[in-house]
Design a protein around this ligand. Structure first.
Ligand SMILES: NC(=O)c1ccc[n+]([C@@H]2O[C@H](COP(=O)([O-])OP(=O)(O)OC[C@H]3O[C@@H](n4cnc5c(N)ncnc54)[C@H](O)[C@@H]3O)[C@@H](O)[C@H]2O)c1
Length: 300
């Protein structure tokens, strides 16, 4: 099996690349080290590594080479606040970039393309979040990622490219971004603890998120690619979460009692929690890692 992973030198993508290689896939990685959230990138030397921009159609076509079976499309401006600061770049990478990846996958005749989307598409919808809820995009990141979803569905309907859209709920774990004030909350808290600094709780800290371990997200990608060949499974959205949520205050309490509050941020939802019935029924996936256990392990 030959797989191509865009964003494969980043947090989730590099974990996916390692697992694909472990199960015997030949892997091509496309990444341009765009993200400034990492101190380092994670290129696996056993993969065929291509440093190029996903918007570069010619370079991407070359990366597809003589044939690819599965595409895992993770390259993106992956955070909300940087996308609010620079919407043009975010929309360009996440929408035009996704269209370029879809077009190359179509021309290569791949078996399936898995698109990484986001729970932030649910915005202020009531929880638990079900795939049938309407989109509620509160920021340029969510708009551009949902645009990628619509393009994926359209490529399935119009061009018969089998796509599967996965909406991840806050991902944490090994290689999570640690740099800067907009790194995801668990990474920031662990960095602050290690530096002897107070944990910075955004707003009142009562906002709740469904936190999903990166190994579970990796498995969701692989199962969405290979566990159910039914074409009816394609062109649709699936939640990837645990079905449980925690407030930021509850996370902080698991890590340290040295905390301070900083101003709330615009454009972010208040509560997310995945309903995961659909992905369980279609692909037989559910999460395995419990947040409390992982944090206990990270602190020991
Ligand atoms: N981390 C989460 O909690 C989370 C939640 C929901 C969805 N997602 C989605 O998962 C995917 C991966 O996110 P992540 O957390 O691993 O972020 P990340 O920033 O670690 O990884 C994204 C990778 O894409 C690369 N990239 C960005 N623009 C590119 C371009 N134009 N060409 C080539 N490569 C480019 C970056 O260099 C980076 O290595 C993204 O699509 C993101 O929207 C992440």
């Amino acid at each position: 099996m030959r797989s191509l992973v865009t964003g494969g030198a980043g947090f989730i993508g590099s974990n996916l690349v390692d697992q694909l290689l472990k199960i015997g896939h030949e892997v091509t990685v496309v990444d341009n080290e765009f993200s400034d959230a990492h101190d380092q990138f994670y290129w696996n030397p056993k993969a065929y590594n291509v440093n190029c921009d996903i918007r570069d159609y010619r370079a991407l076509t070359n990366a597809f080479g003589s044939g690819i079976d599965y595409v895992f499309h993770l390259a993106a401006e992956a955070r909300i606040q940087p996308a609010i600061k620079n919407p043009i770049e975010a929309v360009s990478i996440n929408s035009v970039g996704t269209c370029t990846v879809l077009q190359c996958a179509r021309e290569a005749g791949v078996k399936r393309l898995i698109y990484s989307s986001t729970s932030s598409s649910y915005g202020m919808n009531p929880y638990p979040n079900v795939e049938t809820q309407p989109d509620d995009c509160l920021n340029p990141y969510s708009v551009s990622k949902v645009n990628g979803e619509k393009l994926s569905t359209m490529y399935t309907d119009l061009f018969d490219l089998p796509t599967v859209i996965l909406r991840y709920f806050n991902v944490y774990g090994e290689r999570q971004p640690l740099r800067g004030q907009y790194a995801p909350v668990i990474g920031i808290f662990l960095r602050q603890l290690a530096a002897g600094e107070p944990l910075t709780i955004v707003g009142d800290g009562d906002q709740r998120r469904d936190f999903t371990h990166v190994s579970d997200v990796v498995n969701a990608n692989i199962m969405a690619a290979i566990s159910n060949p039914d074409p009816q499974a394609c062109g649709q959205v699936y939640n990837v979460g645990t079905g449980t949520n925690y407030s930021v205050n509850e996370i902080a309490a698991m890590i340290s009692d040295n905390t301070i509050n900083i101003p709330p941020r615009i454009g972010e939802s208040r509560i997310t929690q995945a309903n995961v019935d659909k992905i369980w029924k279609t692909f037989g996936w559910k999460s395995k890692v419990k947040l409390e256990d992982w944090i206990k392990g990270a602190l020991s």
